[in-house]
Design a protein around this ligand. Sequence first.
Ligand code: FAD
Ligand code: NDP
Length: 504
Amino acid sequence: MTVDFANLGADVPEEPVRTSPYEYDYFVIGGGSGGLASAKTASELGAKVALADFVKPSPQGTSWGLGGTCVNVGCIPKKLMHFASMFGEYYNDQQECGWETAQKQHNWKRMVDNVQKHISTLNWGYRVQLIDKNVTYFNYLAKLVDNHTISLLNKDGQEMKRVTSEHILVAVGGRPSFGGIPGADECCYSSDDLFSLKEMPKKVLVVGASYISLECAGFLHALQKDVTVMVRSIFLRGFDQDMADKVAEYMANEGIKFIRNSVPNAFKKTEDGKVEVKYTENGEERVEVYDAVLMAIGRNADTKNLDLEKAGVQLSPRTGKVIVNDYEQSNVENIWAVGDVAEGKPELTPVAIQAGTYLAKRLFGGSSQRMDYINVPTTVFTPLEYSCCGYSEEDANKEFGEENIEVYHTAFKPLEWNFLDSREASSCYAKVIVNLKDNEKVVGIHFLGPHAGEVMQGFAVSLKLGLTKAILDETIGIHPTCAEEITKLDVTKRSGITAEKTGC
Ligand code: FAD
Ligand code: NDP
């Protein structure tokens, strides 16, 4: 074999000559959904990129690997536990379907071990992707020195390195709030701890009444825990309240207890390791002891020790989030923010990913495409799942005027439940909200039933394309499914005719 020394290495692309005075073109703070997507895209487009990700342990000492909230302590373990819990939900159905299944007994540790095994593979996958995409990874806590300089600290707070970058992306997400309630930090778990707990005792209090609270309460109950939810005011604030009440009603019928109009005042560890909870219910002081307490009362933007003010970045005084314009740009020209830390945006993984990707394409790929935050679909993975896209009934009435809004609805029972004595009558429900003044354009779709997320994804596409009620009526349903109910709506709420479905 002869070697052509003259052309050796000719196909190896030369490093572009850097004219920038900064070490990096793009420095991403936060290796979660938004940060990773943005860093990888920017690097693919030829930018010199670095990313810092560091997980501060929870007050209970829980920590995790690369990937951020969704992968480690959010969507992924939540959905896996929701899936695991459905086998408990279906246990009675199985018997009625003729399966002679073994004793109904759940092994928490086995589930957690398998969930964590899966997460470890994802953590590793993200490390490999960063190497493949040529993104320099720092497992350090970042903070700003000025609007082009980042200081990288180790776990003891020692500065390990100082770097400069032309652009900086803040994608630090948020962390659970403990509400400053006395004893909460020491006595309570949050979603940061729940998914890796080696054991979960029987009697559990879940504080809060939104996404995280209701989802966790749902799967804990189906995994044979004795669950009580403490509700301060309403269920699922920001969602259609008619739907939110139906979600909670289903959970109550399943055996989950609710303490309404109630807030915790203090937590204390008992001698036998349980948690004493002092709380106010309808104005009256009460005390109760639980084996474990899960705080799910919201999340705070993780901007406290980032020193963003040293770069002059404006934060919302109420939420601590970065105030951004329609281009995810902060008030400082070269500092950007995406994901949960960006003020006023939906706190959802696909939103963070898309915003981060589009931003990188605008900065380094010549694109002008902006993120569209309208009609973002979402699902609440409660025992009976709830998914929606577009306006709630309340918001549609406010936006378009009650007289211009028509609501088509149906209460139904999935075909598969009809031969099961254990299943409730018509607990599933769908409604479609249309604007009468705009050719019955669909402005909101809501669905409560099995696999709601799978049902809504396709309808979300049609909403983006300007779906009208006439198109829905023309659409042939797939029979027998639950999703077809959305194509067969002919009863309006205004008519007062029952929404209960009979027959096919
Ligand atoms: P994150 O994913 O939070 O990533 C931020 C990263 O930055 C973290 O790794 C953090 O440790 C790191 N960091 C913070 N400060 C620094 C610093 N100074 N230096 C270096 N690194 C730092 N969304 C859905 O779409 N579907 C769901 O089903 C869903 N379920 C959820 C369930 C739960 C229990 C929770 C908590 C959230 C859920 N979410 C869900 C929301 C979703 O997880 C978030 O919207 C998403 O993870 C936000 O991504 P992000 O990139 O903004 O931030
Ligand atoms: P939210 O901010 O949505 O809800 C907080 C809940 O806690 C509310 O019910 C609130 O009641 C209650 N609360 C607040 N303070 C107190 C207090 N001191 N005492 C008692 N109750 C209190 O937070 P979540 O943590 O549920 O969710 C955060 C975000 O994460 C969501 O907005 C969502 O975008 C994302 N997420 C998405 C999921 C999905 O896509 N399936 C799943 C989970 C999370 P009140 O209504 O009275 O204010």
